[in-house]
Design a binder for this molecule. Sequence first.
Ligand code: CP
Ligand code: NVA
Length: 307
Amino acid sequence: MKTPKHYLQFTDFSQDEYLHLFERARILKRRHYDGELYRPLVGKVMSMIFEKNSTRTRVSFEAGMAQLGGHALFLDGHTSQIGRGEPIADTARVLSRMSDIIMIRTFEQANVEQLAAHSRVPVINGLTNEYHPCQVLADIFTWVEQRGPIAGKTVAWIGDGNNMARTWAQAARLLGFKLRVATPKGYEIKPLPHDVYDSSFYHACHDPHEAAQGADIVTTDVFTSMGFEAESAARAAAFEQFTVTAELMALAHPQAMFMHCLPAHRGEEVSAEVIDGAQSVVWDEAENRMHVQKAVIEYLLLGRVSR
Ligand code: CP
Ligand code: NVA
């Protein structure tokens, strides 16, 4: 049996594949706005596994599959056998005999790798402790559709060196933009063995002002990611100086975009003035999750479609 292509981390696609996906996302978005039906996936099923909460990821995949003519079904740890200790490899074997594609949101990246290793069908990572490729894809598409190529631009990441930050670093290296990451001490990105960081695209510091200076995109995320709730109090103290405020935005490029994957906490990682202000594109990012993921699903199941 042919090994399926998966989307488990940002580096699973090449620069050329991303150019294709941006173009397809643009076309699929226009069709959706025009009310044009495009249903290449009639009869196809996506199984979605959620071991962590979600609003955007669930709705964007479910709506996206419906729009493509297919169906998406929801499984969680509480009501399926996944939460009762059935091995992930067995879950993969079973689900991939009844569905055409699988999406998973879970804790360790190793779980996603294992699911993919035992699946007959493509697997998409809908967030792990380590990565969130679909979100960074949507964020970069948001830049690309409104401003053009991202190569040569500068992105400032303010806050935790988490799954989103690590994915932005993969994207910067692959797509040729600069990433400046400002974290509190002790919350730096911990690179995984296969991730290469060098000064050609990456600059780490502990000062949000240094990171934001002249940046084209300023982006942040919650202080405490899902699964790390026990650290909330310590994190609130450590991240006190890491709120994206209007003063910080003023250091960036005058037309800089503010991005946040959401959900957001106004007054913590971002002020209400910034997230609800003119430079914020957070609702476009959320909507674009659906359009880019439709392009990813189409690509994984049908290859390079040009119609
Ligand atoms: N940004 C994002 O992944 O949101 P959800 O947690 O609501 O899916
Ligand atoms: N870093 C956050 C992103 C949520 C979409 C988390 O993992 O909880």
